[in-house]
Design a protein around this ligand. Structure first.
Ligand SMILES: [Zn+2]
Length: 81
């Protein structure tokens, strides 16, 4: 089996074992790590900063999704016009 397919399958297996952290909502493997690697060492102020950064990243990804959808729609309309 090609290496990239094995890597992909390993990544899918690891993602299935992860579940969202109750504190920050980011995914981690509860079976391997007792504390969340993203928020386990943060106090409440640092946790608020982490959650604010997460919201900014989600907003940016949402905007990029809309831009790509608009570009795809524009290209489709140009092609079939
Ligand atoms: Zn967490």
């Amino acid at each position: 089996m090609p290496l990239y397919i094995e890597d992909r399958l390993r990544w899918i297996r690891e993602m299935r074992q992860k579940s969202p952290c109750k504190r920050c909502g980011l995914l981690y493997n509860h079976h391997i790590k007792a504390k969340c690697p993203d928020c386990g060492t943060l106090d409440s102020h640092e946790l608020r900063e982490l959650l604010a950064q997460k919201e900014v990243i989600i907003g940016d990804l949402r905007r990029m999704g809309w831009i790509f959808a608009a570009l795809a729609l524009g290209c489709t309309l140009l092609f079939f016009w």
